[in-house]
Design a protein around this ligand. Structure first.
Ligand code: GDP
Length: 198
């Protein structure tokens, strides 16, 4: 699938104020600095649609983009930023979970993890919550260009093993790099197929 048009629609703190749920929607989430903005920009091939490297934790809004008038891409706030106060963090965790649990047109959530690091508690907790609530999701390994192919394979395998401690099977996953565009086509093809079922 090719992307011709990507436009920013609105930012919200309340899922009920998000655009009319009349198109299939895909959410992207991960820890601050995981490479989420870069990946979104790479997927839609726009340099600065999602703003990269903003002060971590500052983009605490549900950001809606409309792609080719056919689907919505949602940039969710990065979680796990230590410098945000506990009250603040709880507030936006609630916002994210309300969105994920109630947004009726949300088809798939892409959970980003940095391929260089071993499975982090905060990511696994988030993933487990998605599983418990029955929210469909997949894993996106980011920054694959920073490692050799062998090291990427080794880390992905280790992540799978870690997940298999609690999960019966590994969810769908993608290995990506916003620098060389790897994984982009696979993500777009997946979205294209899911759009057809909407
Ligand atoms: P966000 O906070 O999750 O939105 O992360 P950003 O997209 O702002 O990226 C954080 C940092 O990682 C920036 O310095 C990016 O240039 C860098 N980065 C993001 N994705 C990649 C990637 O695929 N490869 C490499 N080498 N660097 C990346």
């Amino acid at each position: 699938m090719k992307v011709s048009e990507a436009i920013f629609l609105q930012s919200n703190t309340d899922y009920q104020k998000c655009p009319k749920p009349d198109k299939p929607e895909y959410a992207f989430i991960g820890r601050s600095n995981v490479g989420k903005s870069s990946l979104i920009n790479s997927i839609v091939q726009k340099k600065d649609l999602a703003k990269t490297s903003q002060t971590p934790g500052k983009t605490q809004l549900i950001n809606h983009f409309q792609i080719d008038k056919k689907w919505y891409l949602v940039d969710l706030p990065g979680y796990g930023y230590a410098k945000v106060s506990k009250v603040e963090r709880e507030k936006f965790e609630k916002m994210i979970h309300e969105y994920l649990e109630n947004r009726e047109n949300l088809i798939y959530t892409f959970v980003l993890v940095d391929v260089r690091h071993e499975a982090q508690k905060i990511d696994l907790e988030f993933i487990n919550t998605l599983g418990e609530k029955g929210i469909p999701f997949c894993i996106v390994f980011t920054k694959a260009d920073k490692l050799s192919k062998t090291a990427v394979d080794k880390n992905v395998e280790a992540y799978q093993q870690k997940m298999l401690e609690t999960w019966e099977e590994m969810p769908q996953f993608f290995v990506t790099s916003s620098v060389n565009g790897s994984g982009r086509k696979e993500i777009l093809d997946t979205i294209d197929n899911l759009n057809k079922e909407f």
